[in-house]
Write a protein that binds this ligand. Structure first.
Ligand SMILES: NC(=O)c1ccc[n+]([C@@H]2O[C@H](COP(=O)([O-])OP(=O)(O)OC[C@H]3O[C@@H](n4cnc5c(N)ncnc54)[C@H](OP(=O)(O)O)[C@@H]3O)[C@@H](O)[C@H]2O)c1
Length: 331
């Protein structure tokens, strides 16, 4: 496993993590245990993935079986959209630690820049009869961040970060923060390379984690099934002919090429898989170098904003939130 060093704590963050979105509770316990056995040390989850309990079970079992220590692991989870306010930060973090059966997490991210009103019974977003999500128009990033800092000082979390925030939102937090964001987790893959944002993060000592590094092939079905929302186009990055040719040249798979391409830019990757075979495949990504020509040809696949899959418009009305992070023209 390879690591990057986080700026404020000098903690080591494994450059490969296991994504767990869309991995249901009934299978993820075994998957996480197997992943730890294979050598994964970094697990990415979130309150909204509804799998923290099963992931916590797997970690507990692995530790109890003497396979390693808590220090060996890097566990990330996220403050949900329904808890995106100062008064809810500690409440959610403590609840999540309890569900995960952990004393602390290594990284706590504000999951999205906007907030929804919360149904206190179910801890899910309030949705009005027309299907629109009820926005919390009072979202205050600075106030929320100050509470995140308090949680870090109390030892509930080792490192703090953001997810799905734009450059201007991050800059405002940096200006007011005592503890600066150490990680930004955003959608990032060959079709959507976010070079300007990556450079901004580099200049500010923020490690970038790429979500959907393989182009999230499972997302489309999920958007349609869960939200009846169908994006106009949906990329098939794993099947791209140029990536395939590069993969053939190295005796690797297209997934391995796409992950290696990001790693070489010091970007942390968190591909999700529940298949043992693909868990292994996604780890075997450190032992080859793309040629400058190959690197350039993948760079050229960038579609800019058109490559974005996760615009969150499946949450009806979200674009009306004052902190909706994306400024592209909504069709
Ligand atoms: N912060 C955020 O808002 C946010 C949003 C989205 C995702 N995330 C995080 O980022 C993680 C990764 O993103 P993602 O899950 O959307 O997309 P992804 O990792 O790009 O793609 C996962 C999909 O690819 C398949 N897959 C995995 N390895 C493969 C391989 N070697 N060959 C072929 N197919 C392969 C998986 O299927 P199998 O399971 O069947 O292998 C799954 O359908 C998430 O799981 C989550 O932890 C964060």
């Amino acid at each position: 496993m390879k690591y990057v060093t986080l700026s404020q704590t000098n903690d080591l963050m494994p450059t490969l993590g296991l994504g767990t979105w869309q991995a249901s509770s009934d299978i993820i316990e075994t998957v996480v245990y197997n992943a730890l056995e294979l050598g994964y040390r970094h697990i990415d989850t979130a309150f909204n993935y509804n799998n923290e309990k099963a992931i916590g079970n797997a970690i507990k079992k692995w530790l109890e079986n003497g396979k390693g220590t808590r220090n060996d692991l890097f566990i990330t989870t996220k403050l949900p959209h329904v808890g995106n306010r100062a008064s809810d930060v500690k409440k959610f973090l403590e609840l999540q630690l309890n569900i995960l059966q952990l004393d602390y997490v290594d990284l706590y991210l504000i999951h999205v820049s906007f907030g929804f009103q919360c149904n206190p019974e179910t801890l899910t977003p309030l949705v009005n009869p027309s299907g629109e999500y009820v926005l919390d128009m009072e979202t205050d990033h600075i106030a929320t961040w100050k509470k995140m800092e308090e949680c870090q000082k109390e030892g509930l979390v080792r490192n703090l970060g953001l997810s799905n925030f734009n450059e201007s939102q991050i800059s405002k937090i940096i200006k007011e923060a005592t503890i600066k964001p150490q990680v930004l987790q955003v959608e990032l893959h060959a079709y959507f390379q976010q070079r300007k944002l990556v450079q901004f993060c580099e200049e500010n000592d923020i490690i970038v984690t790429a979500y959907a590094p393989l182009g999230s092939p499972g997302a489309k079905d999920h958007f349609v099934t869960k939200y009846n929302y169908s994006p106009d186009t949906f990329p098939d990055l794993l099947g791209h002919s140029e990536v395939k040719a590069i993969a053939d040249h190295h005796g690797k798979t297209t997934a391995q090429i796409l992950l290696n391409f990001l790693l070489k830019q010091k970007i942390v990757v968190i591909p999700k898989s529940t298949s043992e075979h693909r868990l292994k495949e996604n780890m075997d990504i450190y032992d080859f170098e793309l040629t400058p020509e190959e690197n350039n040809s993948i760079k050229k696949l960038d579609r800019g904003e058109k490559g974005r899959i996760f615009n969150f418009l499946f949450w009806k009305g979200v674009e009306n939130h004052p902190e909706y992070p994306f400024t592209f023209i909504i069709q």
